[in-house]
Design a protein around this ligand. Structure first.
Ligand code: NDP
Ligand code: HSE
Length: 436
């Protein structure tokens, strides 16, 4: 008879109920694959009245967190309540009691990862977090194991399923931003506070985790440039499409000249880009390493079952470690970052830009705009002016060559002060195809 590993789950919501169902319904299969019985002993939530579509065996449900944390038989605690507190405190308590912890809580790891990984190291246990980035995609395991011999120079990720879903539905079905967000919430993709999704913070949390694993650097949220998708308009989606681009919510970390760029923003990608066809709730994470070259990881980035798949993979790995007598395996309290000296200032990054001006349709307008761009060393790659319809203003769309961010900001501030410019100019950064 195989050894038994005992698990306590805290948080019986979208993901927690998926994890409970998987452990209960796939017990036999998991036992065969892992070599141990994964026994769910306790499931804690504030309230069990709401149906989750999972029938828990008698005696599992509890509203007491202590019933999980104080149970000496429980070896692995799974935190799936989300948010910072009380999640942080209860994870720290579990680690102090010598329990391994599995979490999907990227918000918590991004803000308190250093403290939590140090606590895990101090108490000789592991803190696993596969579900925190990319939903069902095993990207964490790929970075910490499969790509371990590589020095990375870039990770570009569509890592917020909700934002990608919204932009895809706006483009393909002409839905409004709010209609698409409503759908994403109904599917269980969005965070409890969906501002985290649409304003880029969830992606920035994930980017901090990817940066730690890929580059050995703990970045604070305040060091990441963050722009969400809430201001992306139907007009820009359509113009981008006509020009051969799509707009994707990208999280970017790049290393060059001992500097690291970390940023999250809507980005124009050529339709031939590897990430351009990552649509709907799907996530795609492009990783470039010195040995492996370009790799692309693709899958469902949110939702009950994909996320449960990732959480259970952590439980299975911990179970294997326990039965093999292997001690803690992750040492993220003291990451190693030999190639990064500093973070690059946002003003110093260089990319190509999409710009949309709304201007009065009269002679000399383009020349004025081009003059200001030229004086700021911004070279225009193409110009597209739309036919004037009813309104007195016309949209002018430009693509630039590579330009420095600080120059672009200064130029646009000057242009937007011109009387002939009717609305603040829209500028969206682009990413070049990166298959090398
Ligand atoms: P839900 O809100 O659906 O579930 C959280 C559950 O925990 C709710 O039932 C909630 O109860 C309960 N809960 C909250 N606080 C406590 C507490 N103090 N004690 C006991 N129970 C508590 O969230 P999700 O399942 O969607 O997300 C869980 C975690 O997984 C989050 O960190 C999220 O970021 C992450 N994640 C989610 C994904 C998704 O697709 N949904 C994908 C990847 C990661 P109540 O409703 O009464 O507050
Ligand atoms: N709200 C997140 C998303 C869940 O939409 O990607 C997965 O982390």
């Amino acid at each position: 008879m195989s050894q038994q590993i005992t698990i306590g789950l805290i948080g019986f919501g979208t993901v927690g109920s998926g994890v409970a169902r998987t452990l209960l319904e796939k017990g036999r299969l998991l036992e065969q694959r892992v070599g141990a019985r994964l026994v769910l002993k306790r499931v804690c939530d504030r309230d069990f009245r709401r149906s989750r579509g999972v029938r828990l065996p008698p005696g599992l449900a509890t509203t007491s967190v202590a019933a999980v944390l104080d149970d000496p038989e429980i070896q692995i605690v799974v935190e799936l309540i989300g948010g910072v507190e009380p999640a942080r405190s209860l994870i720290l308590q579990a680690l102090r009691k010598g329990k391994h912890v599995v979490t999907a809580n990227k918000a918590l790891l991004a803000r308190h990862g250093r403290e939590l990984f140090a606590a895990a190291a101090k108490h000789d246990v592991d803190l696993y977090f596969e579900a925190s980035v990319g939903g069902g995609i095993p990207i964490i395991k790929a970075l910490r194991e499969g790509l371990i011999a590589n020095e990375l120079d870039a990770i570009l990720g569509i890592v917020n399923g909700t934002s990608n879903y919204i932009l895809t539905r706006m483009r393909d079905k002409g839905l409004s931003f709010h209609e698409a967000l409503h759908e994403a919430r109904r599917h269980g993709y969005a965070e409890r506070n969906p501002t985290l999704d649409v304003e880029g913070h969830d992606a920035a949390h994930k980017l901090a985790i990817l940066t730690l694993l890929g580059f050995g650097v703990h970045v604070e949220q305040s060091q990441i440039h963050i722009e969400g998708i809430s201001k992306v308009s139907q007009a820009d989606i359509q113009y981008a499409d006509e020009l051969g681009y799509c707009i994707k919510p990208l999280a970017i970390v790049k290393q060059a000249d001992h500097e690291l760029e970390v940023r999250v923003h809507p980005t124009l990608l050529e339709k031939s880009h590897l990430l351009a066809n990552v649509n709907g709730v799907y996530n795609g994470i492009y990783v470039h390493g010195d040995l492996v070259g370009a790799s692309l990881f693709y899958g469902r980035g949110a939702g009950q079952n994909p996320t449960a798949s990732a959480v259970v993979s952590d439980i299975a790995e911990l179970a294997r470690n326990i039965i093999s007598g292997i001690g803690p395996r992750l040492r993220l309290d003291r990451p190693h970052s030999p190639r990064v000296a500093r973070l690059r200032r946002m003003g110093d990054i260089e990319t190509r830009y999409y710009m949309r001006f709304l201007v009065k349709d009269r002679p000399g307008v383009l020349a004025r705009i081009a003059g200001i761009l030229g004086r700021h060393h911004i070279s225009i790659a193409s110009v597209h002016q739309k036919e004037r319809k009813a309104a007195r203003a016309v949209p002018v769309v430009m693509m630039t060559h590579e330009a420095k961010e600080s120059n672009v900001r200064e130029a646009l501030a000057q242009i937007d002060r011109l009387g002939m410019v009717r609305r603040p100019t829209v500028a969206i950064r682009t990413e070049a195809p990166r298959v090398r």
